[in-house]
Every structure is written in C-alpha cells, then in structure tokens.
Design a binder for this molecule. Structure first.
Ligand code: ZN
Length: 116
C-alpha cells in the first residue's frame, strides 16, 4: 500500500492546473496535490522537504504564511561559525593564456577546542 501526504502549501488547491481538477461534472474542484512517499526506496528520507510540498512555489507559500511561527520555533539570535584554515588562493592558467583563480576553503580541525 502506498503512503501519500497532502501538499502542505496553503494555496496548493488554488492553482489552476489540470492535475488538480477533481470531482464529477457540475461539481468540479481544484484539490491539493498528493505526494507519494517513496518509503520502499533506500534513498527515502522522511525529513526531506520535498515529501511535504509538491513544488518550490508551494514551499515558498508555506514559509510566507508561517514564517513568524517558524522563527519562534528555532530562533537564530546570533550567527553560527565554522572554523576554517586560512583560505588558499590559487592561480590557474588555461592553454589560451587566460588566468583564473580558485580559493580553497577547508574546515579547520582543532585539537584544543575553545568552544565552550
Ligand atoms: Zn502544492
């Protein structure tokens, strides 16, 4: 048996697409899309947002509608930081005489952690 979730986009049922049309003649509706959960697949991850939204647009609608509550659930009052090595800038030259630069950024592995 297949498992489905309904799209969590608050306006999903208002978008005029053929696949949202449901009902019998004379009483048609636009209905929220179903999202099949690929639970039998080894790549399935219940935490992926695409299990809950049929499109990026519906996900954006959800954020716009619920942003204040989302912000309160997980407030970010200060930035996070990842320690890195000093970035290394490297020059590369192509066979045509052009040069471009790459900057390598590597996470720093501290033995004496000053995070506390
Ligand atoms: Zn949707």
């Amino acid at each position: 048996m297949s498992l489905y979730y309904w799209c969590h986009g608050p306006s999903c049922h208002t978008y005029s697409t053929q696949d949202r049309v449901r009902g019998s003649k004379g009483s048609k509706v636009l209905r929220t899309r179903k999202i099949k959960q690929q639970t039998e697949s080894n790549w399935y991850d219940v935490n992926n947002s695409y299990n809950y939204f049929c499109s990026q647009g519906c996900q954006n609608d959800f954020w716009r509608t619920h942003i204040e509550r989302i912000r309160l659930v997980a407030p970010r009052n200060e930035p996070l930081e990842t320690p890195i090595e000093d970035p290394k800038r490297e020059k590369h030259e192509t066979g045509y005489g052009h040069a471009y630069y790459n900057t390598t950024i590597k996470e720093r592995v501290d033995n004496d952690s000053n995070v506390g």
